[in-house]
Design a protein around this ligand. Structure first.
Ligand SMILES: CC(C)(COP(=O)(O)OP(=O)(O)OC[C@H]1O[C@@H](n2cnc3c(N)ncnc32)[C@H](O)[C@@H]1OP(=O)(O)O)[C@@H](O)C(=O)NCCC(=O)NCCS
Length: 166
């Protein structure tokens, strides 16, 4: 089922509580980022952190761009809003933002058994670059995915400019 309307905008300092609610709903406790980690994404340099809203906060993505390489660091969609295109919309908006920041390739790490996320990233053109054994703990391997052709991708989603000084 498609969401009626998805809006995407840059995160603000006062979004931290909402982002933490998404984080807690979206990841098991051992995998959750702390408030301090998220604050780093909100305040850090070279960060692209975007929120998706429908009638409520529905998802968040965090990327970092250093030179021509961007890292997709975090992506989560609230469980009740999944399979409605929000994850794809956030990734596409994030890719467009880091492309404008100078990135030509994007890297990410994903658990080897995270089928929903791997399917989403593959659908958007990411390819497996490598695998890292036990990256998340014993028996919890990671795949390193890479998107190579960032400059060639058409712009897909307009993102409102950063709305406030953080
Ligand atoms: C991964 C995640 C962000 C996907 O968000 P989403 O909003 O449900 O994704 P979308 O609706 O945009 O899905 C886009 C495509 O991804 C794939 N996909 C998404 N969820 C899937 C699932 N559960 N099973 C199989 N494919 C899936 C499909 O190809 C889908 O396209 P389709 O619906 O037309 O078949 C979401 O499941 C999530 O927040 N998971 C927990 C956090 C997480 O694992 N983050 C990634 C860490 S690297």
């Amino acid at each position: 089922m498609a969401e009626p309307s998805i809006s995407i905008r840059s995160v603000r300092r006062d979004d931290l509580a909402g982002v933490m609610a998404l984080e807690r709903a979206g990841f098991p406790p051992v995998e959750q980022w702390s408030e301090r980690s998220w604050l780093g994404e909100l305040l850090g340099e070279r960060r692209t952190t975007l929120l998706a809203r429908t009638h409520v906060l529905a998802g968040v993505i965090a990327l970092q761009t250093v030179g021509h390489v961007a890292d997709l660091l975090r992506l989560v969609v609230a469980p009740q809003h999944r399979r409605r295109g929000i994850g794809a919309a956030l990734v596409n908006a994030g890719l467009e933002a880091v492309r404008r920041a100078g990135a030509t390739t994007v890297l990410l790490e994903v658990a080897f058994d995270n089928d929903p996320a791997i399917a989403l990233y593959q659908q958007l053109g990411f390819e497996q670059l490598a695998a890292r054994e036990d990256y998340y703990g014993s028996g919890r391997h990671a795949l390193i995915l890479k998107l190579y052709d960032l400059p060639d991708r058409p712009p897909v989603t307009a993102v409102t400019e950063r709305e406030a000084t953080l």
